[in-house]
Design a protein around this ligand. Sequence first.
Ligand code: AMP
Length: 299
Amino acid sequence: MSLLVVGSVALDTVETPAGKAETVLGGSAVYFSAAAHRYTPVRLVGVVGEDFPAEHRDFLKSMDVDISGLITQPGETFRWHGRYEGAMNEAETIRTDLNVFGDFDPALPEDFRDSDFVFLANGVPAVQMKVLDQVTGPTLTVADTMNLWIETTREDLDRMISRIDVLCLNENEARMLTGEHLLARAARRLMELKLKAGVIKKGEHGMTLATPGATFALPSFPEENVSDPTGAGDSFAGAMMGFLAREGRTDPASLMLAAAHGIAMASFTVGGFGPQHIADIPLEKVEERVHQLRAVCTF
Ligand code: AMP
């Protein structure tokens, strides 16, 4: 089934204890696509400026990502500068230059409107809703969000959440959104929002998947060589949704297996800088890690 992502396409500068990457390809829609394309073709909607290098466009095309929804506008591409320290569980944003992304008004190409699986990467909730207005009958809609929108556009965010099936957020954002310190309670509160599922990402501690019937948890894959966690959340979502779109399933057991794929993929993402190094990872290697994860969780 078809898979659509709408989100940022960026030029990132990232500093971690392992090194620094300057003005490299990034953005949530790019990391999502690099992970998802191993499972199923991806349709991408985003915006870049006139400075966006042709080689990055070629990279997206090389993954068979349909970039007919990637528009170029006068001005500069979105730039994000982040730094990670210690266990690298959360990025410290040093600088965000929205540039053309600040006026992002997603217009879906006519042949993207029938997309079955839709991922709204982190962004302004009102803009995320504009995408929901344009899709004609999606099977599963999943959105990511962040503390900024919880703090500044709560009403829009609540409205957006009431229109989607699955919400992804990190543990502190789950606490902030629900007002609950204990994640077990936060997971239950997410279910009161009438979602099909809530995904709470916990960095090196894995994730919690809340569904109306049960709450599941998975550890992260024990990867010891973490170079750059940028894009871990988006590539998690990319593998999870790529798997679901390929299988055409949305039941809780499939969501759980899909999340295991997300965790396995994200463990490759954090092993190097930028999205390029995950684009070529054979699916068998991801599946191998899913099996290893299963072994870790079985007792
Ligand atoms: P993740 O590490 O999965 O949360 O996503 C990292 C990517 O998100 C980076 O490549 C950034 O370019 C992008 N990013 C950072 N801040 C924002 C923002 N405010 N809106 C959209 N994308 C962002």
